[in-house]
Design a protein around this ligand. Structure first.
Ligand code: PEP
Ligand code: MN
Length: 345
């Protein structure tokens, strides 16, 4: 009896790819009939069923091309659905798929001034790297701390893209400016504190630009992946996960980088994974050793904070690398990447 109850309440979902003869209108009607969620990826009509549907209904068999059954709440992001890692393009660089690229993203925590962000752009360009980070809407713990330059900062990032040909990544703090970040950045970063914001997730689902979704520091892997499902199910297939440290009992480091979680995400999800050792440890001394450890796992990218003069940085001063330290990190992670068949790009 108990066993029966367990099976009855276990969550089952299905993804159904309808045959090419079924158009969007018919797919919507079918979805309404079987109470499924309907999405369209390219020409493909896709249904995702609720738990009451455990196999393709009889009258839908001849309209079904392929179907998958899941016994946990991870569907579009699951390796069971796509057996590999999705490929995502960031400017001219590709990660995931069979690329074996580890994208090294660098730049300050916050965009502070034109000369400061320009120095970071020049550093990256000089090293042959392609992707500049810099926060404009900062989700600070205190309202009295520097909150970021906002729209002015975004315009500075756009200027750096135009002048140096770099891709730019910047974070969304809340839904009020999500459209500005979507319009002006090449990769939209959803910060750890914003990860649960459904206004942001749903806005990022409607675009095709890559989204770097950071894991909340109190977020389970299940919740993290389900946040990614919001973006995927809305039609944006370019989702990248970012592990940036979770809160544990430890207080000597800012957070604890969850490499076990990374192994899990690599094993069970089809999404590229980028690691952020800067926010995890919170201190510059550990960033390069951690970056090397991350690289050894065969990862899709690293996002590292670096500042022209970390001591006077307006946010996260203790964890930002000098440009010399960043160059050293590049050299050392390149060797580790090569040892595991990857390339830092
Ligand atoms: C950041 O990247 O500067 C940042 C605020 O990160 P997180 O959202 O991971 O705290
Ligand atoms: Mn920061």
């Amino acid at each position: 009896m108990l066993t029966f109850a367990f099976i009855e309440f276990r969550l089952i979902r299905m993804i159904i790819h309808l045959s090419s003869t079924v158009g969007p209108g018919e797919a919507t009607k079918i979805a309404e009939n079987i109470k499924a969620f309907h999405i369209q990826h390219g020409e493909q009509q896709i249904l995702i069923t609720s738990s009451s549907v455990k196999e393709v209904p009889n009258d839908l068999r001849d309209k079904t091309m392929e179907s998958w059954v899941f016994d946990n709440d991870m569907q579009l992001s699951s390796k069971k659905y796509i057996n590999g890692t999705r490929e995502v393009a960031i400017g001219g660089v590709r990660i995931g798929g069979n690329t074996k690229n580890t994208l090294l993203i660098g730049g300050p925590c916050s965009v502070e001034s034109e000369s400061q962000i320009r120095s970071a752009a020049e550093m990256l360009k000089g090293m042959g790297l392609t992707t500049l980070r810099g926060g404009c809407y900062k989700p600070r713990t205190s309202p009295y701390s520097f909150q970021g330059l906002g729209f002015e900062g975004l315009q500075l990032l756009v200027k750096m893209r135009e002048e140096y040909g770099l891709s730019v990544i910047t974070e969304v703090r809340d839904a009020t400016h999500v459209q500005d970040v979507i319009e002006y950045s090449d990769v939209v970063q959803i910060g750890a504190k914003a990860m649960y914001d459904q206004g942001i997730l749903r806005a990022c689902a409607k675009i095709k630009k890559p989204v770097l979704l950071k894991r909340g520091f109190g977020t389970t892997l299940q919740e993290f992946v389900q946040a990614a499902e919001f973006i995927l199910s809305g039609g944006n297939e370019n989702v990248i996960l970012c592990e940036r440290g979770i809160r544990t009992f430890e207080t000597k480091t800012r957070f604890t980088l969850d490499l076990c979680g990374v192994a899990y995400l690599q094993e069970y999800t089809n999404l590229p994974v980028i690691l952020d050792p800067s926010h995890a440890i919170g201190f510059a001394y550990g960033v390069t050793p951690l970056a090397k450890a991350c690289t050894a796992m065969g990862i899709d990218g690293l996002i590292i904070e670096a500042h022209e003069n970390p001591k006077v940085a307006k946010s996260d001063a203790s964890q930002q690398l000098t440009y010399d330290e960043f160059a050293q990190l590049y050299t050392e992670t390149s060797k580790v990447a090569a040892a595991v068949g990857y390339k830092i790009v």
